[in-house]
Design a protein around this ligand. Structure first.
Ligand code: EPZ
Length: 416
């Protein structure tokens, strides 16, 4: 139960290199199951979640080795089709192994993901999509079980835009018999990049970057050799740190277009943003201005920045209204921010944030990945000391966060 101890009140200054993206790495790691061979993934962030996924692959029989941020995955020896509850319960994205196992072996036994800190996160779209591709799936003792499955092309229209279900069906369709059409697909960079990686391995996919994907099944794929894109949520989180502390931060090794919606909102709050080809400089104002935010699927404002944006608005010079349309009850960070002196009123999936001059340091508890990031941001701006407990949540998605913040001048340390 490591904690972070933060003494606030310093304007952050300097440059930070952004790590590879967790949410782009996980689908590509799953895709390695589709092609027996040795796969090489560069720029993979060393996180709890990528290590958990590596563990799932090892349990299936793959050989996995991390060398710095280079991940080598040998899937020739994969001989099991079971992803156990113990691992899936710690990371929902483990469900990404379902389609590749069905595609490669015609069978799978994958635990249904459990609950989540902030409410229901069903996988009905994953299962319905696979079933329309001919996968007879049963739920047995908490496991999704498929036997003698031969995936066939189909047209699948998603009721809601889902990153996970789009990834799942792409992984199912690339080796399926015939063609598959995905309508109302997600177009998050993680999805488009997965498609580009699969095409580089021999898959036939049309419409990448649009909400209509056409995937023509092929008989085999080549092993993957790729570099994972930079993490747009980590980049936007550091941009928010500049806004919170009135600092100047240069984000290096980024794809600015991938977090444009967050940058635009931070500009509205008074930040000065200079966009380069693979770097962005963000200068925070003396005090942020209030902004209104509605989260949307990409390219809209990401729900994964909602908590961090509430922290910025907690010290703004007025009242902000922040609505989360993706996860209606993803607000477990609000009570912790209120403990630090924030004025936030929750009305269903809308947070009304009346900015205060200054937050005050306190002991707070992280409840999920992005909630913990918002508490760290609040601690950087607060008066006095903040202790953030349960930072194993943070370690799921931020690589060496306290080291990176320390290098920018933050007074922050990990307490083991
Ligand atoms: C991905 O989760 C990300 N995770 C999440 O980031 C992110 O919050 C989310 O997309 C939305 O952007 C990864 O990429 C590993 P969805 P995912 O399927 O795929 C509903 C982080 O902080 N839905 O796009 O699980 C669902 O309830 C994590 O890094 C169904 O109803 O999200 C939600 O309201 C947290 N049925 C909406 O769709 C389904 O079968 C979008 O969910 C699937 C989803």
């Amino acid at each position: 139960m490591d904690k972070l101890r933060i003494t606030g009140g310093r304007a952050l200054e300097g440059a930070v290199r952004i790590s590879g993206s967790k949410n782009a790495a996980l689908p590509v790691m799953a895709a390695t199951l589709l092609a027996p061979g040795v796969h090489r993934l560069r720029n993979v962030p060393r996180l709890r979640d990528t290590q958990t996924f590596a563990r799932v692959l090892e349990l299936l029989g793959a050989k996995v080795a991390f060398e710095g941020n280079l991940l080598t995955i040998d899937t020739q020896g994969v001989n099991s089709v079971e992803a156990p509850y113990e691992l899936v319960k710690t990371m929902r994205a483990s469900i990404y192994v379902l389609a590749p196992l069905l595609a490669r072996f015609g069978r799978a036994r994958v635990s249904l993901p459990g609950g989540c800190a902030w409410g229901p996160r069903p996988v009905n779209l994953h299962l319905a999509g696979l079933q329309s591709m001919g996968a007879a799936l049963e739920i047995e003792h908490g496991y999704i079980v498929g036997r003698d499955v031969r995936l066939k092309g189909a047209t699948v229209g998603f009721d809601v835009v889902s990153v996970g279900a789009t990834v799942q069906l792409m992984l199912a369709a690339v080796l399926a018999e015939g063609s598959t059409v995905l309508e109302n697909a997600a177009i998050e960079p993680d999805v488009t990049v997965l498609g580009e990686v699969l095409v580089a391995c021999g898959a036939r996919i049309e419409g990448l970057g649009t909400r209509r994907l056409e995937i023509h099944g092929v008989s085999a794929l080549r092993p993957i050799e790729t570099s994972i894109i930079p993490d747009r949520i980590e980049a936007a989180t550091f941009a928010a740190a500049a806004a919170m502390t009135g600092g100047r931060i240069r984000l290096e090794g980024v794809r600015p277009e991938h977090f444009e919606a967050s940058l635009r909102k931070l500009e509205e709050a008074g930040c000065v943003v200079e966009r380069g080809a693979d770097a962005v400089a963000v200068a925070g104002p003396a005090r942020p201005r209030p902004v209104n935010v509605v989260t949307q699927p990409y390219p809209g404002f990401p729900t994964d920045m909602q908590a961090q944006m509430i922290a910025v608005c907690a010290v703004a010079s007025g009242t902000s209204v922040i609505e989360d349309t993706i996860y209606l009850d993803r607000f477990t960070h609000v009570q912790e921010l209120v403990r630090m002196g924030a004025h936030i009123e929750l009305k269903g999936n809308v947070a009304v944030v009346a900015g205060v001059e200054r937050l005050s340091g306190a002991q707070v508890m992280a409840t999920d990945l992005r909630a913990s990031a918002s508490l760290v941001l609040a601690g950087l701006a607060a008066e006095g000391e903040t202790v953030v407990d349960r930072i194993y949540h943070l370690d799921r998605g931020y690589e060496a966060l306290e080291k990176k913040l320390g290098a920018l001048g933050a007074r922050i340390e990990r307490v083991k």
